[in-house]
Design a binder for this molecule. Sequence first.
Ligand SMILES: C[S@@+](CC[C@H](N)C(=O)[O-])C[C@H]1O[C@@H](n2cnc3c(N)ncnc32)[C@H](O)[C@@H]1O
Length: 264
Amino acid sequence: MASDPTEPLPDARAAWNRGAAAYDRFIESGADWFRLHVHGPGLLAACGRVEGLQALDLGCGQGYFSRALAMRGAHVVGIDISDALIARARQIEAGQPCGIDYRRLDAADAAAALEPARFDLVAACMSLQDIDDIPATLSAARRLLRGNGRLVFSVPHPCTDMPVREWLRDAQGCKLALKLDRYFDTGPAICDWNMPRLGDRWQTGFRRHTLSEWVALLRTAGFALLDLLEPRATAAQVEANPQLEPCSRMPYFLVVVAGPVTGS
Ligand SMILES: C[S@@+](CC[C@H](N)C(=O)[O-])C[C@H]1O[C@@H](n2cnc3c(N)ncnc32)[C@H](O)[C@@H]1O
């Protein structure tokens, strides 16, 4: 059954404060190999040349993608609702200055807190689905972007991140096929961060959307879809890192590139 789309998500600030330390270790230890090798580079490539651009990173967490942009010459503001993740982002910035301005802010309120049309790029690395008010956040992104700016974000791929999702395995444990169902059961859901390699367990809320719902959200906020990308692991990457194999055969991540519709 689809959940009630108007139902609010659990408190994101509390949930992400609770998971912040483990999430930071997950990234910094290299255990988040899909980010390091697949969706992170995929999102960065979709941003194109960023040198000299004014960039806003929505739901920046501990600053992984803000740093990636800043290291390539962008002037970055990173915002996140979690005090603990912003504190960690600032701590990394203090040790390794990249000129990033981190602020604890609900992304839905970003338009009131930042100058209109200030940014050339608004990015969101695996965060938009976790933000409770996606329409308000996209409207804020629209107001904050210059007319020729770009919104570029990654989300779990709607065609493989479904309520029913299970790898069917052979007797040796090798993955045979991904069983998927309930694509149209969108709305609020809970992500249970329970993988053993996290070394901790916590839950966060997120919203599932079909592909057409994502496009409708963009259109309503005054964006036109410019590109859709499906980053995946190459054969050479799988050979070097066999744990990447599942996302060489099924799309785990979706990268969306959108531009403001003139006059909207
Ligand atoms: C899956 S994490 C991704 C973090 C970061 N972009 C990264 O790539 O590691 C989702 C992030 O969204 C943030 N978040 C959730 N709701 C938010 C909101 N309303 N405003 C700003 N950030 C929010 C969380 O605190 C968390 O840092």
